[in-house]
Design a protein around this ligand. Structure first.
Ligand SMILES: *[C@@H]1O[C@H](CO)[C@@H](O)[C@H](O)[C@H]1NC(C)=O
Ligand SMILES: *[C@@H]1O[C@H](CO)[C@@H](O)[C@H](O)[C@H]1NC(C)=O
Ligand SMILES: *[C@@H]1O[C@H](CO)[C@@H](O)[C@H](O)[C@H]1NC(C)=O
Ligand SMILES: *[C@@H]1O[C@H](CO)[C@@H](O)[C@H](O)[C@H]1NC(C)=O
Ligand SMILES: *[C@@H]1O[C@H](CO)[C@@H](O)[C@H](O)[C@H]1NC(C)=O
Ligand SMILES: *[C@@H]1O[C@H](CO)[C@@H](O)[C@H](O)[C@H]1NC(C)=O
Ligand SMILES: *[C@@H]1O[C@H](CO)[C@@H](O)[C@H](O)[C@H]1NC(C)=O
Ligand SMILES: *[C@@H]1O[C@H](CO)[C@@H](O)[C@H](O)[C@H]1NC(C)=O
Ligand SMILES: *[C@@H]1O[C@H](CO)[C@@H](O)[C@H](O)[C@H]1NC(C)=O
Ligand SMILES: *[C@@H]1O[C@H](CO)[C@@H](O)[C@H](O)[C@H]1NC(C)=O
Ligand SMILES: *[C@@H]1O[C@H](CO)[C@@H](O)[C@H](O)[C@H]1NC(C)=O
Length: 461
């Protein structure tokens, strides 16, 4: 009886295991987290890509669009890559811009935050500009004008879209990297709740003509852009020394110099995430062979770069054009390629059994850990700020903190004044020099809160 059950269990486990996919390696794919699924779309693995090669990719729909099931624990040696139900039948592969023409940009959104938006590029005018995938019922839809009002957004796999807390996708227009040239900077703002889109031009238009950059949304609704390459194919000069902040609340830009002793070298094909504390940006860079460093942290409270403490077994092969997401306690890096001798892609990380997915436990900012085990129930750090916090909540929180600070400050001053009068009378000293008193703690708190609030209010724009 017992043995029979064990056998059954083993059989079930084998079936479950055999459902896992073994996807191809790739670069410039999209990875989108919705609920407990990390969806991977597209990408390519041949440097001399052609229509023929791409049609071979498209013969296996489950290798073009699939997900990593992050609802259960796993080891990166046995990744739970999973097929999407009815994907073979439903995935409208012919309706996506080809990778050869620049591919698509993808992010989540929709009224229920359950939909993935695929933004096609400008090359094939017969294709729907936007495709949507409802992750709840696996249905696909195409959006054409007039379903999309305003401007038609243009995506590509070298551009990084960001969805804000209100379902708006922000996507740099960048430049066209295949002819005809019809893109020249600006920012697409695509509201996924009503499919309206606007292309906004701005004063940093020339600074933001870049691809393969990284973009990170801060809890106050500001997106931090860094790195990337220009239309000359070269890395943006000082791409990490000078970062660009886009404020999604009033749609304005500002440039921001950074400092610190651990600034990444100019690079593209990097990825970044926001740390669980809500103010550190963690960058995974490709300089493995150059200085054996790959992790860089930007503290956005003072825009200082520093080298984090990292333990665990780090990856040994260079990778670029990967993607990164925060899932639970982990920064989850997917795929990417090393640079081969010459200009070929080099996926030799697989030859040495390095996983397609790299896990960095970022729960403790004073010590990040490379790990091979994903635990969905890993304890979250207590100081983590809520990722859903809207900018108004954020500002209100600050206002409350200012009020509390002021109240305590005033109370403190009253206490100290009373105390000084008391001491004055008691000791019957002739003169009381104010400067002999230590500056009260509460007074300091008021000051730092006001500093934070003036920074957060954007008054320095
Ligand atoms: C929408 O889903 C994303 C990814 O799962 C999540 O990070 C984000 O907080 C969600 N936004 C809202 C408004 O629920
Ligand atoms: C996605 O599908 C579910 C189930 O059919 C539905 O309840 C939901 O409204 C759909 N989402 C959108 C944005 O239409
Ligand atoms: C694909 O595009 C064609 C038109 O180009 C359209 O008729 C069809 O409905 C689209 N399919 C899906 C699933 O969106
Ligand atoms: C697009 O608009 C047409 C015409 O208004 C409408 O019939 C169709 O249902 C819309 N499609 C979607 C996906 O909203
Ligand atoms: C779409 O929704 C946004 C925000 O709710 C609103 O500002 C905008 O006017 C709407 N656009 C259209 C075309 O309905
Ligand atoms: C930022 O750096 C640039 C170039 O290094 C310099 O010209 C500029 O003055 C700096 N801006 C500020 C505000 O420090
Ligand atoms: C920047 O702020 C962090 C605290 O968030 C602090 O530890 C660090 O020393 C600061 N760096 C500089 C250069 O002020
Ligand atoms: C890939 O990189 C490895 C070293 O990491 C090197 O030995 C190998 O020759 C490279 N392969 C190609 C095709 O460039
Ligand atoms: C790595 O593995 C691939 C596929 O198995 C193989 O084609 C390639 O020759 C291997 N490269 C090296 C450097 O061993
Ligand atoms: C690195 O670890 C040491 C020892 O635990 C600690 O003092 C230091 O603050 C840590 N550095 C960073 C950048 O977290
Ligand atoms: C958001 O936070 C960043 C980092 O602290 C700050 O530089 C930026 O000015 C803030 N944006 C707004 C609109 O408050």
């Amino acid at each position: 009886m017992f043995n029979f059950r064990l056998l059954l269990l083993l059989q079930i486990l084998t079936i479950v295991k055999s459902q896992f996919l073994k996807p191809s390696v790739r670069v410039l794919h999209s990875s989108i987290l919705v609920d407990k699924k990390l969806y991977i779309f597209g990408g390519f693995r041949d440097i001399s890509l052609s229509d023929t090669i791409e049609s071979i990719y498209n013969q296996i729909p489950d290798d073009r669009f699939f997900y990593l099931d992050v609802s259960n624990s796993f080891y990166t040696s046995n990744l739970p890559w999973t097929a999407i139900p009815d994907n073979e039948k439903n995935l409208p592969l012919n309706n996506f811009s080809s990778v050869l023409s620049g591919g698509v940009a993808a992010s989540y959104g929709g009224k229920k935050n359950d939909t993935i938006y695929f933004i096609n590029n400008e090359h094939d005018k017969t294709l729907p500009p936007v495709l949507t995938f409802n992750t709840s019922d696996h249905s696909w839809n195409s959006l054409f004008q007039p379903n999309i009002t305003g401007d038609i957004p243009i995506g590509s796999n070298q551009m990084k879209p960001i969805t804000d807390y209100n379902g708006k996708i922000y996507l740099l227009a960048g430049f066209s990297f295949t002819t005809p040239q019809n893109r020249n900077g600006g920012m697409f703002i695509f509201d996924t709740t009503n499919s309206s889109c606007v292309l906004k031009y701005d004063r940093f238009i020339t600074n933001m003509l870049r691809v393969e950059y990284s973009a990170t949304l801060l809890p106050n609704g500001t997106i931090v852009y860094m790195g990337g390459k220009g239309s000359d194919g070269k890395p943006i000069v000082d791409g990490f020394r000078m970062v660009y902040l886009y404020n999604t609340i009033d749609n304005d830009w500002k440039s921001q110099n950074t400092s610190g002793d651990h600034i990444p070298n100019d690079a593209y094909g990097i990825s970044s995430v926001l740390g669980l504390d809500g103010f550190r940006i963690i960058v995974f860079d490709v300089d493995v062979d150059i200085d054996n460093k790959m992790l860089y942290v930007l503290d956005t409270t003072n825009f200082t770069w520093y080298e984090p403490n990292v333990s665990g077994t780090k990856p040994t092969k260079k990778r670029f054009d990967h993607t990164a997401n925060v899932i639970g306690r982990y920064m989850v890096i997917a795929f990417g390629s090393g640079v081969g001798s010459g200009t070929n892609f080099n996926f030799t990380y697989r030859n040495i059994s390095e996983s397609d997915v790299l896990l960095l436990d970022i729960g403790d900012p004073s010590n990040y850990v490379w790990t091979t085990y994903f635990d969905p129930d890993a304890v979250m750090p207590s100081q983590s700020s809520p990722p859903q916090a809207s900018s108004t909540q954020y500002n209100n929180k600050n206002k409350i903190r200012i009020i509390i600070g002021v109240v305590f400050g005033v109370l403190g001053i009253i206490c100290i004044t009373s105390l000084s009068i008391f001491i004055f009378i008691k000791r019957r000293k002739k003169l009381l020099n104010e400067t002999t008193f230590p500056i009260p703690d509460n007074g300091e708190n008021v000051k730092s809160d006001l500093e934070i609030s003036s920074r957060a209010s954007g008054s320095s724009y």
